[in-house]
Design a protein around this ligand. Sequence first.
Ligand code: ZN
Length: 442
Amino acid sequence: MLITNASLITWGENNQILPDQAVRLAGDRIAAIGPSAILQAEWPDEDVLDAGGQYLMPGNICAHTHFYGAFARGLAIPGDAPKDFPEILARLWWKLDKALTPEDVRYSALVCLVDAIKHGTTTLIDHHASPNAIDGSLDVIAEAVEQAGLRACLCYEVTDRDGPERAQAGIFENLRFHRSLTENPRPLLAATFGLHASLTLSDQTLEACRSAYAGGFHIHVAEHEVDEYDSLKKSGTRIVDRLAAHHMLGAQTITAHCVHIDPREAELLRASGTWVTHQPRSNMNNAVGAADVEGLLRLGVPVCLGNDGFSNAMWEEWKAAYLYHKAAHRDPRGGAGDTVVRMAVTNNAALAGVFFPQAPLGVIGEGALADLILVDYHPTTPLSAGNLPWHILFGFEPSMVTATICGGRVLMRDRRLLFLDEAEITARSRELASGVWERFAI
Ligand SMILES: [Zn+2]
């Protein structure tokens, strides 16, 4: 297929904006790039998607999300509003996840995937919990991901909060899903090993996870101070030291949040090449504080951008990152546009490459995976590669995405979903969510 008459935003090491270009897709890759007239003359029989001058750019990547949280939208928490993050966990998330059945898990994922396609996010790194439906839950999500046609890395969050049997079931679910992909690779899917957070994991469970699995982990770290206090009480060390002692850091491990780590922990993350993900909308919503993302980046820690289950419109997360650090530090130099790009584009693409190493992601280049979006944006001021971050921050809207392509397959064209029935999915989701809400209220 040829996408013609596009203005390319290439991202990558040398970001360029190239007008009137065509891109030829072959299989799941970008096969050729060049002026529209030349590629059309060379490939006259290819199917053509005329971009009509729109911007063609790599799909967005989300480094940390929770599909299972979808039914929390509009859900009332009985009693007074939770006063801090531990209360939010106990009174919202640890009740909601227990109310999920396998079908709820499927539709929670599907509504997030619809949202991702519509708003231009093509790769998602998910972290799943459904304590009353653990076995096979990652298969259910994997089927939804393939049905949607997007790319995702999945894991199940192991925790001791529901007793040793469910901790063991969580371990098995991660191992089972990982093994199934090793035996039967599926190009849109990858697996890692999920851990909830240090504060709900005993040394014994950490040891069981480490000895059962050779790869990296995906874990929440120091989202709130209580996680650090718990680690000091349990182990006499802070969280990142504790994870290091269990040999859980490294270039395949993702530590989400890291709001309350200290300089030694940051250095341990850097030295081990461990990834950090930043979720500013979630951090603001839970009032847990602002991670020192600029300090971490300056140190050389690869900080990425996730959404923690907020909308899969990643430019909304860009805007939150841009504004949050200015407000939090009363310094307009905080959260600079190029810092946001470093997290959301450069580092997210590198992290996605850990799980999908077959070809470059997050860049328009020959041989890269064809995960692309068209954006109907009409700049009212000059737009260049240099000022693009600020056009995205102040001008782009998620609704400007008109086409989404993943692995060379067009999933949305002219804002129409080609493989998912949004009306059916949302109708069923509303039915299922009301059942979840009833069980949540008991
Ligand atoms: Zn999270």
